[in-house]
Design a protein around this ligand. Structure first.
Ligand code: KIV
Ligand code: ZN
Length: 516
């Protein structure tokens, strides 16, 4: 395969993915995901939108400073202040990219930008030149390209390439395209733009009609060589093209597509789980590649076929995307060194010895309750040690719940609040409801509970439950996580984690609706 057969994988989980309502992440969480993406060998990580908020700036900067093998990118509207903020955040990057965009469809230019097409071209060129003065690697996106006129796209893209853009992105911002029509638009752009050979053409498809992956692959088939996608298809509204589906389609159907990526596919499942755990967006069981049933064969005929010859019913192996990692990992007698080594093998780095000791202590407590500790359990254990951005203002000291048929469930708990112990009790419609009411009676956060979800981390009734609690207050949304073999305790931990995150503060701005 030559270089022209390589499709660049541009992951935007941390930027477009974070635009999913409720998916905001802390700087530490973003850093963890960025490291997992680097391990997956993603080519470009879009780390955020540096000007959106001080938190976004800090997250892009932290990722730029620590990621070595992937290019780190920041989004910027086509305005000087955005571009300068992006360049500032990317200063420490081994390889940095500024991704600047302006809308090009008649509807966006007229109603959102209130600009004439000539002004839009002028502003795009100014922005790309300015970005090129600050960064060698500049990507230009025509927002809402899917509904833009092809002649206008040819004109603005030619000018952007002349101004120095080396990647040209053709987003289907509103998920309106149909595969053969989108592919035809990409084909025409590649053919008609005289300097098209000086840039990589990229696609960025939204999933409003469920066609994001199909549209992206149709574009690859006619010459697009970068795909913008997200883990689990996270993203604005119905989401973006799912990275795992794009990568595995390219790998599995190399016979048809004739291209490849350099993604290290066995890390796909762990990355998917990490993103799901951090954002609180569960993965549906029948989701391609990473859903719990993606490689499960229920019918006897299928099971028989797979046992005789796997390929009768499987087009790729479960191991090739990481399903084999669900193996017994450590036991009650395992020591600190074995624990540290297994974390390293899983690509998990704890910030220091104190965090390692705290995680090891939690491992011992869990190992006493649960005979078999799996990799997923270890991931849940360490996630508590990685939440540096949420100091423990609230901590669970003791929880006592009673729930009997015919009686109203009741919770009594002790919280440590800034080091001082306080006790409360409450009744509720169930033990979790009673626990949350008791916590609220002490915390008085007045936050709205937007989501409560429980997932079993591994199989069996002794599995740890991983709980996500999403709280909202005055437009600020946080996701708290907690894991325990007792799901009421896990719920209390998740609620307290969300309250602690809320105290730490996370606020997001939105690139597509912000005025240029
Ligand atoms: O969907 C879109 O158009 C975007 C751009 C900012 C690239 O996310
Ligand atoms: Zn988008």
């Amino acid at each position: 395969m030559n270089n022209n057969d390589r499709v660049i994988i541009f992951d935007t989980t941390l930027r477009d993915g974070e635009q999913s309502p409720g998916a905001s992440m802390t700087r530490e969480e973003k850093l963890r995901i960025a490291k997992a993406l680097e391990r997956l060998r993603v080519d470009v990580i879009e780390a955020g939108f540096a000007i959106a908020s001080p938190g976004d700036f800090e997250a892009v900067k932290a990722i730029a400073d620590s990621i070595k093998d992937s290019t780190v990118c920041s989004l910027a509207r086509a305005v000087e202040a955005d571009i300068e903020r992006a360049a500032e955040a990317l200063k420490g990057a081994n390889a940095g990219r500024i991704h600047t965009f302006i809308a090009t469809s008649p509807i966006h230019m007229q109603y959102k930008l209130r600009m004439q097409p000539d002004q839009v071209v002028e502003q795009a060129v100014r922005a790309v030149r300015h970005a090129r003065n600050l960064c060698a690697d500049v990507e230009f996106s025509c927002e809402d390209a899917g509904r833009s006129e092809i002649d206008f796209l040819c004109r603005i893209i030619e000018a952007a390439i002349d101004a120095g853009a080396r990647t040209i992105n053709i987003p289907d911002t509103v998920g309106y395209a149909i595969p053969h029509q989108y592919a035809e638009a990409i084909r025409q752009l590649l053919q008609r733009i005289p300097n098209a050979d000086k840039a990589v053409f990229s696609v960025h498809c939204h999933n409003d009609l469920g066609l994001a992956v199909a549209n992206s692959l149709a574009a690859v088939a006619v010459g697009a060589r970068q795909v913008e996608c997200t883990i689990n298809g996270l993203g604005e509204r119905a989401g973006n093209a799912a990275l795992e589906e794009i990568v595995m389609a390219i790998k599995t159907r190399a016979d048809i597509l004739g291209v490849h990526t350099t993604i290290d596919t066995p890390h796909i499942l762990a990355t998917s789980r990490m993103v799901s755990g951090i954002t609180g967006f569960p993965v549906q069981p029948n989701k391609a590649i990473v859903g719990a049933n993606a490689f499960a064969h229920e019918s006897g005929i299928h099971q028989d076929g797979v046992l005789k010859h796997r390929e009768t019913y499987e087009i790729m192996s479960a191991q090739s995307v990481g399903w084999h990692t669900n193996k017994l990992s450590l036991g009650k007698l395992s020591g600190r060194n074995a624990f540290r080594t297994r974390l390293e093998e899983l690509g998990i780095q704890l910030p220091g010895e104190a965090e390692l000791n705290a995680a090891f202590a939690r491992f011992k407590v869990l190992a006493d309750k649960k005979h078999e500790i799996f990799d997923e359990d270890l991931q849940a254990i360490v996630s508590d040690s990685l939440g540096e951005e949420a100091p423990e203002h609230f901590r669970l000291v003791h929880l006592d719940v009673s729930s009997r048929t015919g009686e109203v469930p009741h919770a009594r708990l002790v919280l440590s609040i800034d080091g001082a112990e306080r006790e409360a009790s409450a009744q509720g419609s169930g033990p979790v409801d009673a626990t949350f009411k008791a916590i609220e009676s002490l915390a008085a956060s007045a936050a709205n509970l937007q989501l409560y979800s429980v997932n079993a981390i591994t199989q069996g009734t002794d599995s740890q439950g991983e709980v996500t609690v999403r709280l909202e207050k005055a437009g600020r949304i946080v996701n708290g996580n907690g894991a325990d073999t007792d799901i009421v305790v896990a719920s209390a931990k998740a609620y307290l984690n969300a309250l602690n995150l809320m105290q730490a503060g996370v606020r997001k701005a939105h690139p597509q609706v912000a005025d240029v």
